[in-house]
Write a new protein. Structure first.
Lengths: 208, 397, 205
């Protein structure tokens, strides 16, 4: 019973949406989409955000209470969260305020730096893990090396034809494999969404 | 033989922190010591350049730049954006901006302000117009609405002015005139434009993407759904080079900014794209990354240049000249900016073919890329050689 | 010391804190990590409040008096009941509402991912490259079709797909290397230009 009503909502609503794609009737396009669905979806949206806030806050509060390992650092989470939220709600989100200053000078540098750590990990992986153990792996490495060399100005100095070879690799084998994969992924996602639409796939409703 | 094997074994077991130090140095050193290099341009970039250049000086054509990313992908996408904006400002192409993400709007402002500093004649509302942040809920309405009438789809710009009253909208109604959309993105690129704008209205779409995504976008390039693509930092470096060689190039004596002559005909400075010119070796002088302070002229060009400057400055320029290799050289670092009129000083600096730092960021970055790529290839090779030697050794046992 | 230089120094300090993780996991890194999570969450919360809560919840209900929107708001609040053991079944309702859109995505995904790609792939095989692309696309597609055993001649044909994919992944890897290093270059350009050189300029002229 607890699962049936949501399931019926998804199936019936899904078929109405399917009709929305094909039927240009005013009832579907204007009344259903603009007057019903959009305002309802937008009114529901902000509460999903609260879920994330509550989940993280509860996790860190629990850590502090239980004195779990590294519990002291959870204070920094709360400090950052409360400072930024208060700065935003009280000070406002315009360019010169504390909220944007915290974002531009703390969040942006730190998140960009997290991304850039990947470059180091990749160099370390290239050194320790990329082994030409089989013919296929060798082909992969050779293609990678050609494309890498052709991207940089030094590539032309090594061989005049390198940029053309690299462009051919990107235009022909790479394109064929990406298109094949795209088609496969498309077919898979159509199958999955069809299963959700017909009520066969119910895992999104959770347990119980 | 034993020595070599144990050496490879030791290299195999090397602490990864030494690898990190090598990576860091491989990038820091080329960034602190710039050197000249050449980025070979590829067809996807050249196609974008040519299409934007075909709109040069035209009242009835414009391009739209869509910033669909946040600050984390800026190292690759920001130099591209600066290069394209510079191209448009140099060649008098009308350009519109918008962003469907709130994090994209500050980046638009940064990009415009960075380029505008060098082009005082560019005016907001006449040469460019920033539509600012458009909420996600209005994406479809905007993309489809601009096919009928841009001023109706986007009533006000980021500065609060009514779009239909702006001088830039003279001659521009919808996608027929604003015929190229360039979307910059670190994730899905060109999605909405491909799905709605292109099939219905035939808009041309180009994308500027991070290198990670570039390989996945090739199917769309081949089918013509994208007319061109700028792929990562390399695409940005290629575009910067094209702008330096063609759009920003001035013959000695040529006016720096667009003007309308006595018969009402508009003249746009710079020169059109040409494949043959790219093959010539003398364009290397135009794309130097190191700071250039010397303006070199042939005697005929020198006379042409001096005669087009303000009378008061002509004598000072003649005083400052020196001879070298049959060419007349003027060293700008030995002159003072206050001695000359603003127009003469800008013209002199243009003739040195020096590019301001902000317009060569991608090329300096590509130098560091070169060293980093070579280093990673060396790592892969050393790792594999060591692995095969070890395997042969255990095989023998 | 201008305010801009001070702000850049703060950014540089936290950048170096995160980079310190490469040497060893240390308290500075742990602190920066938690600070980053907290600030990101606070940033998103205020942004959602300003751009979604106010214009789509407060304004329609209280200013424009569209009282019907109280119903979706209450359903939205059921998201939070996920944490209650007794009432967590109510949290399925808002999820179901947002999952309704799969109906449209069946048709749209069919069109955009499959039909358009197929149409673009069906071109006259005028050159060697186009023929190679055609063979490669089919081989890669069949490689993932496991209902038929990959044996004999069929198996050899499908093997070609594997080689195409290896080259494709190699090309992706080469481009990924460039992308990741670009991110690192961006950070180091910030440290070198906006911090190191600016400090040199400020103190030594």
């Amino acid at each position: 019973m607890k699962k049936t009503i949501p399931l019926l909502v998804v199936i019936l609503g899904g078929f109405i949406w399917l009709a929305w794609v094909f039927v240009p009737h005013r009832l579907l396009q204007d009344v259903f989409y603009y007057d019903f669905y959009l305002p309802w979806a937008r009114a529901m949206a902000p509460f999903g955000m609260l879920l994330g806030v509550m989940s993280l806050s509860m996790m860190h509060y629990g850590k502090i209470r239980r004195k779990a390992p590294k519990w002291q650092y959870s204070f920094f989470f709360f400090a950052g969260f409360i400072a930024t939220s208060l700065a935003g709600f009280i000070g406002g989100t315009q360019k010169g305020g504390l909220y944007m200053w915290l974002f531009e000078n703390l969040q942006m540098p730190m998140s960009s730096t997290m991304f850039s750590l990947l470059a180091f990990y990749m160099a370390s992986a290239a050194y320790k893990a990329f082994r030409a153990r089989s013919a296929e792996a060798t082909v992969l490495l050779v293609a990678a090396i050609i494309v890498m060399l052709a991207q940089v100005p030094l590539g032309v100095k090594i061989s005049r034809h390198l940029p053309d070879i690299s462009q051919w690799i990107l235009d022909v084998p790479n394109l064929a494999s990406k298109r094949g994969i795209m088609l496969g992924v498309g077919l898979g996602s159509v199958a999955t969404t069809l299963k959700i639409l017909l009520g066969i796939e119910r895992s999104y409703l959770g347990g119980e | 033989m034993e020595e070599k094997l144990t050496l490879f074994e030791r290299i195999q077991k090397l602490d990864r922190r030494w690898v990190y130090i090598v990576v860091a140095l491989a990038i820091i050193i080329p960034l602190m010591l710039p050197y000249n290099s050449d980025n070979v341009t590829s067809p996807p970039t050249e196609n974008v350049y040519q299409m934007i250049d075909s709109f040069a000086g035209r009242e009835d054509r414009a391009i739209l730049l869509s910033f669909y990313h946040d600050a984390s992908t800026m190292p690759e996408l920001y130099p591209m954006q600066v290069a394209i904006i510079r191209h448009c400002f140099e060649r008098n192409v009308k350009v519109f901006f918008l962003s469907f993400l709130p994090t994209g709007a500050p980046i638009i402002d940064m990009a415009i302000n960075t380029v505008k500093e060098e082009y005082p004649h560019i005016k907001s509302g006449t040469d460019y117009c920033n539509f600012g942040y458009i909420p996600a809920s209005l994406i479809m309405a905007t993309v489809i609405g601009m096919g009928d009438n841009i001023a109706n789809a986007v009533p006000t710009d980021a500065e609060g002015r009514k779009v239909e009253n702006l001088p830039i909208m003279k001659g521009i109604t919808n996608y027929t005139e604003m015929n190229l959309v360039v979307e910059f993105s670190g994730s899905v690129a060109g999605g909405y434009w491909l799905a709605y704008a292109r099939p219905k209205f035939g808009t041309n779409i180009a994308v500027g993407v991070t290198a990670v995504m570039a390989a996945d976008e090739y199917p769309y390039l081949q089918t013509g759904q994208f007319i061109g693509m700028l792929a990562g930092l390399k695409g940005a470096a290629e575009y910067e080079k094209l702008v330096d060689v063609f759009a920003a190039y001035r013959e000695p004596g040529q006016p720096l900014i667009p003007y309308v002559d006595a018969s009402g005909k508009k003249h746009v400075p710079g020169r059109p794209f040409s494949e043959d010119l790219l093959e010539k070796s003398d364009i290397q002088d135009l794309i130097k990354i190191t700071t250039q302070t010397e303006a070199k002229f042939t005697p005929a060009d020198y006379e042409k240049f001096v005669s087009t400057q303000a009378l008061a400055d002509q004598a000072k320029i003649r005083q400052a000249k020196t001879q070298s290799d049959g060419k007349i050289v003027i060293d700008v670092s030995k002159l003072k900016e206050d001695d000359f009129e603003a127009g003469t000083w800008s013209a002199l600096n243009r003739m040195t073919r020096n590019t301001p730092y902000k317009f060569k960021v991608a090329r300096i970055g590509m130098n560091a890329q070169s060293v980093a790529h070579i280093m990673i290839i060396v790592f892969i090779l050393i790792g594999n050689i060591g692995y095969f030697i070890q395997r042969a050794r255990t095989g023998k046992k | 010391m201008t305010f801009e230089l001070f702000s850049n120094l703060v950014g540089a300090f936290f950048t170096l804190c995160i980079f310190s993780f490469l040497y060893k996991d240390n308290p500075l890194y742990q602190m920066s990590e938690q600070l980053l999570v907290g600030i990101s969450l606070g940033y998103s919360l205020v942004l959602v409040y300003e751009r979604t809560f106010i214009p789509f919840f407060v304004q329609p209900i209280f200013l424009k008096q569209e009282w019907i929107l109280i119903i979706p708001s209450i359903i939205g609040m059921f998201y939070l009941l996920r944490f209650s053991r007794k009432l967590s079944w109510l949290s399925r309702y808002p999820i179901a509402f947002s999952m309704m859109g799969v109906g449209a995505s069946v048709a749209l995904a069919m069109h955009n991912s499959i039909l358009v790609q197929m149409r673009q792939a069906m071109v006259p095989l005028e050159s060697v490259n186009l023929a190679l692309i055609f063979i490669g696309t089919i081989a890669v597609l069949l490689y993932f079709f496991f209902s038929k055993a990959h044996t004999g001649v069929y198996g050899k044909f499908v093997d070609i797909g594997k080689w195409f994919m290896m080259v494709g992944f190699g090309a992706s890897f080469g481009l990924t290397v460039m992308a990741r290093i670009s991110l690192l270059i961006g950070r180091i350009q910030f440290l070198v230009n906006d911090v190191f050189l600016a400090l040199k300029h400020a103190f030594f002229g």
